[in-house]
Design a protein around this ligand. Structure first.
Ligand code: HEC
Length: 141
């Protein structure tokens, strides 16, 4: 009886710990910066595709267009992939002479983004550009 009870306690524990232990062998994903909250990402997604107008050049879901590079692939042309790095490029833009396609990345994307909105958009861009590193959870079928 005691043995059966112990087994029934230990087995689920081992099963629960298994995936955690297995994660050690995966490449370390960048930890999510504290600024990148679910609500900031949701607001940023809205702005990106709406009034901030990033979508015009960077495409739906930041997949890129002829006027602006994809931001969703985690490949960066102009600086670090950190939240602060991304925010800096959104705030200051990139002069035409520095871009790879002769198109200016306008400061704040030519829109009247407040500082708070710029932070939300940067959170969204961080999220889409790092999503590939963190495999999406499978939905229970
Ligand atoms: C007029 C077109 C245009 C608009 C609007 C625009 N961008 Fe850009 N963006 C660019 C171009 C061009 C580059 C530089 C790409 C290159 O070198 O070819 C760039 C670069 C960037 C980068 C740096 C990419 C890297 O690889 O380092 C970020 C981040 C970015 N844009 C975010 C945004 C966000 C967020 C918005 C909306 C607030 C926005 N952009 C609006 C054209 C635009």
């Amino acid at each position: 009886m005691l043995v059966t009870l112990r087994r029934s306690l230990i087995l689920p524990l081992l099963l629960a710990a298994g995936p955690l232990l297995a994660q050690d062998s995966l490449p370390a994903a960048s930890p999510r910066p504290i600024q990148v909250t679910d609500s900031a990402v949701a607001r940023g997604r809205e702005l990106f595709h709406g009034s901030a107008n990033c979508v015009t050049c960077h495409g739906i879901d930041a997949i890129g267009t002829d006027s602006g590079p994809a931001l969703a692939q985690g490949v960066w042309l102009h600086g670090p992939d950190s939240y602060e790095g991304i925010l800096g490029r959104v705030l200051h833009g990139i002069p035409k002479a520095w871009t790879t396609r002769g198109v200016t990345m306008p400061m704040r994307g030519w829109s009247t983004l407040s500082d708070a909105q710029a932070r939300d958009v940067a959170a969204y861009v961080w999220q889409v550009s790092h999503a590939w590193m963190v495999p999406a959870r499978r939905k229970p079928s």
